[in-house]
Write a protein that binds this ligand. Structure first.
Ligand code: NAP
Length: 521
């Protein structure tokens, strides 16, 4: 008996309250907030060797963020050390490590661990999580924080294996590849390409940019942050907060121009971007090549002040003939020209998930999340899905940012998930699972709103799933989304007590989630 009690106590100690998958911006933020909320029984699992996610992995030349750092940072941790208003990868990575250290999250992270699957034990109200090295972890709640940009997309071209030179993908940059004095081909003209191209152009012998689609580009109003301003920020964090609020509301107010498809929101920004192009590029032929043929905002609007100047350099060539194949010597385009190259850079983006689940989860009755999501991922508030209790997604379906910082979404979601976790603990619930009708209503709203967005106005992008549906970006303002999820409403969930019975939320549950929401706001 004593032995049994001792072993079950030991087991209980091994059960995590929360298992978080991913130590990037959202997973790390989740860890920090759990600690702030007094919860220490959690672990973050990450496949890599440090925090930072996409900011750890993307080290290509020129890598940085299109959102100003005053907003691309946690709201609770403004940073006086940014050297530019738009931070580069190295600084963002440093900032995230700083946060992990300052808030004491490192001891809670298990690195070099890939999560392969997770099965919900209905009897015990526990997730059994498996790792690639064959271990099993038990947790009451699972939070996935895997982000959209963790797997590079290598576009497939005929003959790619024949190329005798070096090949590198921006998302897994190989720093041993020599570019100095080399003939370099750059495939792609998205947000990544417009950073890497200008960053390497002056090093290489010549640069051929293979463009399939020209993008809308706005200038980047970047500036250095001088020591005097840093000193002011260190002394007066309020200055940084005000700055952040300014950027936040500017993005919110201009969001309709990026999100909606109607002409009244397209004419002005298209005019601004076209006149920027006309000012920067005088050669009419090159200008035509650089002119987009789809609506502003349909694909991500790029922010760069050096792309157009780079395209006009003597040794840079913008190739708009389609890539036919890759040869031993380089790239052959549809016009029959073989571009001889030493290095080919793939800036072809990421495998953004539209279907299937981020981890192979089996929920109530052994149902598979991959199966449920095979035609598209869906979740209530982008966070929870029926039949998969105590499982939460950060930056999941429908909640990517189209116009502002992803952190603004992740932080709101973290607050919501913590309310759910606290409620489970307080009522000792086995399971909290969103009601299917509640989820469906939300999904219908997202689908309905998406019809009004420019994302579905006819171009191809990583925003849309192969069947043309938007289940990636949030079709609305961040402020509206934050209000929507400020409070976890227990009445929208099926609550299962420890005896397996379904129970109703108590008035006190409503009060406590309400109070937590007020505190978080
Ligand atoms: P992306 O937006 O998906 O762009 C990929 C580029 O490769 C496009 O120009 C695409 O052409 C081209 N491409 C793909 N397959 C091709 C093929 N088979 N043949 C020819 N061209 C091909 O990827 P990304 O530039 O890496 O950016 C992805 C997202 O990451 C961005 O939208 C942004 O959210 C984020 N990001 C942000 C920053 C930043 O903040 N500055 C920087 C990098 C990335 P098509 O347009 O014709 O498909």
């Amino acid at each position: 008996e004593t032995h049994h009690m001792a072993s079950s106590k030991k087991e209980a100690q091994n059960i995590l309250e929360v298992a978080i998958v991913g130590a990037g911006v959202s997973g790390l933020g989740m860890g920090i907030q759990l600690l702030k909320a007094g919860e220490t029984n959690f672990k973050i699992f990450d496949k890599g060797h440090d925090v930072g996610g996409t900011w750890r992995d993307n080290t290509y030349p020129g890598c940085g963020c299109d959102v100003k750092s005053s907003l691309y940072s946690y709201s609770f941790e403004p940073w006086a050390e940014w050297t530019n208003s738009y931070a580069k990868q190295g600084e963002i990575y440093k900032y995230l490590r700083h946060c992990a250290t300052k808030y004491g999250v490192y001891p809670y992270i298990q690195f070099n661990t890939s999560i392969t699957g997770s099965v919900f034990d209905e009897q015990a109200g526990l997730w059994n999580i498996t790792t690639a090295d064959g271990k099993t972890i038990q947790a009451r709640n699972v939070v996935t924080a895997v982000g959209p940009f963790s797997a590079p997309k290598v576009a497939e071209f005929k003959g790619a294996e024949k190329f005798k030179g070096k090949t590198v993908h921006t998302a897994a940059w190989d720093h041993s590849v020599e570019l100095e004095g080399k003939r370099v081909g750059l495939i792609g003209t998205g947000a990544t390409a417009v950073q890497v191209g200008p960053a390497i152009a002056d090093k290489v012998r010549n640069l051929v940019v293979f463009q399939r689609t020209a993008n809308w580009i706005m200038p980047r109003p970047d500036r250095n942050i001088e020591e005097a301003e840093k000193a002011l920020n260190r002394k007066t964090p309020l200055n940084m907060k005000m700055n952040r609020l300014g950027v936040y509301w500017f993005n919110e107010l201009t969001a309709p121009f990026l999100i909606l498809k109607y002409d009244m929101f397209k004419a002005q920004p298209e005019k601004m971007a076209s006149s920027y192009l006309a000012r920067k590029v005088k050669d009419p032929e090159l200008r035509k090549k650089l002119t987009p043929t789809f609506k502003f905002g349909c694909k991500r609007v790029l922010v760069s002040s050096d792309w157009y100047p780079t395209m006009q350099k003597e040794h840079v060539h913008l190739e708009t003939n389609a890539i036919e194949c890759i040869t031993e010597k380089g790239i052959r385009t549809a016009d029959g020209v073989e571009h001889e190259l030493d290095v080919i850079i793939y800036a072809t983006g990421y495998e953004v998930r539209h279907t299937g689940s981020p981890i192979d989860a089996k929920g109530i009755g052994g149902a598979s999340l991959n199966e449920k999501w095979k035609d598209g991922s869906e979740a209530y508030q982008g966070i929870s899905t029926a039949g998969f209790p105590n499982l939460y997604f950060l930056v999941g379906p429908f909640t990517g940012p189209g116009h502002t910082s992803v952190i603004a979404y992740a932080e709101a979601q973290i607050g919501y998930v913590i309310q759910a976790i606290k409620l489970r603990q307080k009522r000792k619930l086995k399971a909290i699972s969103v009601k299917p009708e509640v989820e469906q209503k939300f999904v219908n709203t997202m689908d309905f709103r998406s019809e009004h967005t420019v994302w579905k106005s006819g171009c191809a992008s990583w925003y849309l799933s192969p069947n043309g549906r938007n289940n990636t970006l949030y079709p609305g303002l961040n402020a509206e989304y934050r209000m929507r999820i400020a409070r976890f409403n227990p009445a929208e969930y099926v609550l299962t007590a420890s005896n397996g019975k379904t129970v109703k939320p108590k008035v006190t549950d409503h009060i406590s989630t309400g109070l937590m929401a007020i505190k978080a706001a």
